[in-house]
Ligand binder design. Structure first.
Ligand SMILES: Cc1cc2nc3c(=O)[nH]c(=O)nc-3n(C[C@H](O)[C@H](O)[C@H](O)COP(=O)(O)OP(=O)(O)OC[C@H]3O[C@@H](n4cnc5c(N)ncnc54)[C@H](O)[C@@H]3O)c2cc1C
Length: 478
């Protein structure tokens, strides 16, 4: 018997398992594949995810395996220079292949004590007042108080729950793989530069050892996207799109992906929740899906942990869907807009030229980049104060850094006055008597996910806010 069953061992599932373990919740991660995928889907982390890694003391590991790229705005592949003074201590893109991100998150979850079981496929699910029982492909069952479907876009959990997944089916399909080429780098660059002027779903990017990451539109949209394309299919499509197949050979892996755009109509059904691609899918423009899933897990982890352990304020778990579903809806919309701006339709190209001109205005550029990096998110917590509902960037305190104080995933009262108190909540909230030159406020209360719950001088009281997010005073110690 576990507290929580996490179905799916991708980045969302591993981040969630770690966040639950951080709070002592017993977790099993069930992953159907026996080995991690070789395909490199996501290529990096955006600002908010980098901040999350910093908040949990993981950033050094990611920096050791990644490359910091100067931040540019990838919106619709317009590649606009980033605005100055972005509101973050991490104004860069961290290039890191998804298999490495997946591995680092799995290691983190395992170190914290998550029970990770590979080669374990969930086939059915049943819930009642006492908890959730899942059946596995080998005929055994497991029971837990809650379960979370982090099992990707074709989520079995979502289907078993009967949660609708409305949206648009794939209209285009793209081939993606890693392979060697039979021509020199100059010849590749010349053709790619020319073809990309009109076809932005095409590219050959050099990796190490003469291997290229190849992206090329497929001929049509296949029903069965699980069947990997062949090298012949790649060569044919390269000839069709670029006039040459570049002599491609020796593939490492070959895959295909579509541009379906869908959002689960609910994120929760009783004791079962959905997160990551299981709850939302969209084309990979702007590189947002993995980031979005990690951020779902970061929002859900502390809320589910508090619910499992008891003493959570009424309705806390439901704020997960209330906060995260609109964020996903907004990401879906920005990918729809980007796909349109990247199409070859003359009208869309005219709009692209216009948006490109507009992006030269600092406010517009900042607005578009805020969407991609997820630093523009403001949860509606019912308080007019401009900071409430937003995440705080890292900031220097007179003793150390703010994010260094957040590794344990507890709430945090940053109090420059020294007159406030978290008495009754000390077991859930740290009281840091310190200040920052970069912060105008005398005191702020941060939730475990780094979002501001209360600011000195905002409408409500500190005690009310502590109770709203952490439960009644003394609840856990009692
Ligand atoms: C070509 C491409 C490029 C991309 N580039 C980017 C990018 O640059 N940046 C970015 O942020 N995102 C990118 N993405 C999106 C990103 O890859 C996904 O959003 C991300 O992997 C979602 O993580 P997840 O953990 O929610 O789901 P997944 O990574 O799909 O993991 C789900 C896991 O659940 C397992 N599973 C499924 N069913 C079961 C079952 N019944 N029982 C047990 N286990 C099960 C699967 O085996 C899988 O391991 C890209 C996607 C594609 C296709």
């Amino acid at each position: 018997m576990f507290d929580v069953i996490v179905v799916g061992g991708g980045p969302t599932g591993m981040m969630l398992a770690a966040e639950l373990r951080l709070r002592g919740v017993s977790v099993v991660v069930l992953e159907k594949e026996t080995t991690p995928p070789r395909e490199v889907r996501a290529l990096g982390l955006h600002v908010r995810s980098i901040e999350i890694m910093d908040q949990r003391g993981l950033l050094d590991r990611f920096l050791a395996h990644g490359t910091r790229h100067p931040l540019r705005n990838p919106y619709a592949a317009m590649d606009t220079p980033a605005p100055d003074n972005l509101d973050t201590a991490h104004g860069y893109i961290l290039g890191i292949p998804q298999p490495v991100t997946d591995r680092l998150l799995a290691e983190h979850a395992r170190e914290l004590g998550a029970d990770i079981r590979r080669g374990t496929e969930v086939t059915t699910l049943h819930q009642d007042d006492s908890g959730v029982t899942v059946s596995l492909a080998d005929g055994t069952t497991l029971h837990a108080s809650y379960a979370v479907g982090c099992d990707g876009g074709r989520s079995t959990v979502r289907k078993l729950l009967g949660v609708e997944f409305p949206g648009e089916p794939a209209k285009v399909e793209t081939l993606l793989g890693e392979m060697s080429v039979g021509v020199g780098p100059e010849a590749v660059t010349e053709v790619v530069t020319e073809v990309r002027k009109a076809e932005r779903r095409f590219g050959l990017g050099p990796l190490a050892d003469g291997v290229y990451r190849v992206v090329v539109p497929a001929e049509g949209v296949r029903e069965d996207r699980d069947t990997a394309p062949t090298l012949d299919e790649f060569a044919r499509q390269l000839r069709a799109v670029a006039g040459t197949d570049f002599g491609v050979h020796s593939p490492r892996w070959l895959s295909r992906f579509g541009d379906a755009t869908r959002l689960a109509e609910r994120y929760r059904n009783g004791r079962v929740l959905l997160a990551g691609d299981a709850a939302h899918i969209h084309p990979p423009v702007g590189g947002q899906g993995l980031n979005l899933g990690i951020q779902d897990a970061f929002n859900l982890g502390w809320k589910l942990a508090a619910t499992v352990r008891g003493g959570a304020p009424h309705g806390l778990l439901d704020t997960y869907e209330v906060e995260r579903r609109p964020v996903a809806a907004s990401v879906l919309d920005n990918t729809r807009a980007q796909m349109h701006l990247m199409s070859q339709d003359p009208g869309a190209q005219a709009v692209r030229r216009l948006v490109s001109e507009l992006a030269e205005f600092d406010d517009v550029n900042r607005h578009l980049l805020g969407k991609i990096t997820a630093i523009d998110i403001r949860y509606d917590l019912g308080d007019e104060h401009p900071l409430v509902g937003r995440r705080l960037p890292d900031t220097a305190l007179s003793r150390g850094r703010l994010y260094d104080r957040m590794h344990d995933g507890r709430g945090l009262l940053l109090d420059s006055t020294g007159t406030l108190s978290v008495d009754g909540w000390q077991d859930r909230v740290d009281h840091v008597v310190d200040g920052s030159d970069e912060l105008d406020e005398a005191a702020v209360l941060l939730r475990p996910d780094g979002y501001v719950a209360w600011v000195a001088g905002s409408s409500g009281s500190l005690a009310d806010s502590l109770a709203r997010w952490f439960g009644a005073a003394g609840a856990l110690t009692a």
